[in-house]
Every structure is written in C-alpha cells, then in structure tokens.
Design a protein around this ligand. Structure first.
Ligand code: CUA
Length: 350
C-alpha cells in the first residue's frame, strides 16, 4: 500500500496552472475533433453499409459491442472524473471492503462478456451457414495470386480477373483459394472477410440485395504489392448478370482493324501468349490474368491504373514502374507501332 500524504499547502497550487489546463483541454478537444473528422474520410471502401443479410447481422453485433463499450467507458470515466473533482484537495476516508460495489464491478463485465460471446457464436454460425440445396446458387472460385484475383465460374465456363460479377437476390457461393501465399478476400459491404490459404478452400456464402459496385482489397500482407491487390464487385439484377455471363463465356472477338490484327500477332509472337489466355486464340498461358474480355474491365493491374489506352501503353512499356516486383516484364524493346497495335488489340477485347 502506497499512500501519498498531502502537505498542508496541497499540490494543486501555482498561479499558471488553471490557464495551462485550459490550454491542454483545448488541445485535447481539437485533437479529438480532428481524429473523428479524419477517420470519417471516404477511401472508396465502405465498411458500414452492408448489402447482405449476413453482413448486416455482423454489423449489428459490431454496433452493439460498440454501444456497450461506450456505456462502460462512460461509467468508468464518470467515476474517475467525479473522484478527481471531489478529492482534488483531500483524500477520501479509507473504507475496508465495499462488498456490493465489488460484486457489481465483477459481475457486470463477466455478464457483458457472456452476452457478447453467445451473440458472437450465434452470428458466426449464421454467417457460415451453407445455402439450401434447393436454391439457385451461383458458384465462383476466387483464387488469390501475387497480386491479383482470378475468378472462375465453373458452371458458366468463365474465367475473369479482378472484377467479380454477381447477380443480386440470388445466393452466391465463393470458394476461396490461393496459388502462392496467404491472401485475404475482403469486400466490406459483403459483410466480413475470409483468408485465402494455399492448399485449402474457404467458403463464403451470401446473397446481395442491392445492385451496385463495391470495392474490396486483400487484407493479409502478401508481399511488396499487397496494397495494390484491389478488386471490384459488380452486383446487378439476374437478367443483367445472365447477359454479362453470356458475353463473358464467349470467345474473344476477332480484331476489327488492321492495326489490331498486327497487335494480335505481336501478342502471339512475343511472350504475352505464354502467360495470358485469350479464349478462342492460340494464347493459353495461365501465369497472368485471363485477357479474353480485357477491354471491358475498369482497371489495369488489379486497380493500380484506370483502364485507358494511354495507361495501357505506359503499363505495357514498364509495368514495374507501377507495380514493382510483379511477374510481368516491360516491353519497351518493342517499337512504338507495335505497342500501339497491342493497345488497340487489347482494348478491343470487349
Ligand atoms: Cu494478397 Cu495481400
């Protein structure tokens, strides 16, 4: 027991003190406001507006934990402030064992933990539940690669990359795998995240009820370009999804112009075809993303660049300048005509 005696003059004296504590309070207040404002900045990734039932269940649990924690914090800080103010200049009279109070502060947190534990287990079970066998489920295999996503729709004969198209109001089952290291599939508006582990399949089941485009990212550090392993989920009504999947399952459109045809031969003769697949052509490489419908994608390099002809040209010349460490080499040795023809060909793959 270490009790500090208070001298007759107290410890709270000094003329400058009140002003200094006002300055400090103001500083704290400003910092708090700044933290709250800055943390409200939007990054395009939205964690507070789930578009699935399961996601909303999860969010509800998070909000409940937040509210309970806030109440506990308010009580603790209230008692603390009360004590500071009341006993600013005198010590409280010592009292042995206040049994009721001790029971209160032992039982309350224990009860809160039990309640949150039971609710957490219940939410985990409902999130992990499989869809019914009679439901019209869309199954998609999502494969993590350093540093991009492959999406395969085995029943529809589709392989695409970095943009996941799904129907709304129809159950979706995503089987998560990885070809190299551990990645984590996270699209906050779907409601939760799940790791992609080599040699293992993790399953995520959900039904999206709101059409829209939802941003996601890898959230398990997976190497130098982890931060540029982004994805987009495009959820559209089932009719639109069916139209999309019919287009996507088809072979690549043949080049429509002479220059695009030149681009196609460059693609096949250079190493491009060894790494990328373009369905309906000799290009059957499996190292990089399937490019059969590359022209219809919004981004290049899993989100690092917007998909425009100018950006694609820069990317083909030196992808390492945008995503250092990726497998794809630069093609600066090709002539300007060859690069432009490649761009024309690739952007034409709608
Ligand atoms: Cu993949 Cu981080």
């Amino acid at each position: 027991m270490n009790r500090r005696e208070s001298g007759p003059d107290g410890r709270g004296g000094g003329e400058g003190r009140p002003r200094r504590s006002v300055t400090r309070a103001a500083f704290l207040l400003v910092s708090l406001v700044m933290v709250l404002t800055v943390s409200g900045c939007t990054s395009g990734i939205d964690g507070l507006n789930a578009v699935t039932d399961r996601g909303r269940d999860n969010l509800w649990l998070m909000n409940l934990s937040f509210i309970l924690s806030f109440i506990v914090m308010a009580i603790v800080f209230g008692v603390l402030l009360y004590s500071i103010v009341t006993f600013r200049n005198r010590l409280p009279s010592e009292r042995e064992g206040f049994v009721k109070l001790e029971i209160f502060w032992t039982v309350t947190p224990a009860l809160l933990l039990v309640v949150l534990f039971v609710l957490a287990v219940r939410t985990m079970n409902s999130i992990e539940a499989e869809h019914g066998a009679d439901e019209d489920v869309v199954t998609i295999k999502a494969i993590g690669n350093q540093w991009w996503w492959a999406f395969e729709y085995p029943e529809l004969g589709i392989t695409t990359a970095n943009e996941l198209h799904i129907p709304t109001d129809r159950p979706v089952r995503i089987e998560l795998e990885s070809t190299d290291v551990i990645h984590s599939f996270w699209v906050p508006q779907l409601g939760w995240k799940l790791d992609m582990i080599p040699g293992r399949t993790n399953v995520m089941n959900f039904t999206v009820d709101t059409a829209g485009t939802y941003d996601g990212a890898c959230t398990e550090f997976c190497g130098a370009q982890h931060a540029w392993m982004r994805l987009k989920v495009v959820a559209s009504p089932n009719a639109d999804f069916t139209a999309w999947s019919a287009r996507e399952a088809a072979d690549a459109t043949s080049p429509s112009s002479l220059i695009a045809r030149d681009g196609e031969s460059t693609f096949m003769l250079e190493s491009c075809a060894a790494c990328h697949t373009v369905k309906g052509t000799a290009a059957q490489g499996k190292v990089g993303p399937d490019l059969t419908h590359f022209g219809s994608r919004e981004t290049i390099g899993a989100g690092v660049l917007e998909n425009t002809p100018e950006n694609l040209e820069a990317w083909l010349r030196d992808p390492q300048a945008y995503k250092p460490g990726i497998v794809m080499p630069g093609f600066d040795r090709l002539s300007d005509e060859q690069i432009r023809a490649l761009v024309e060909y690739l952007e034409g793959l709608k």
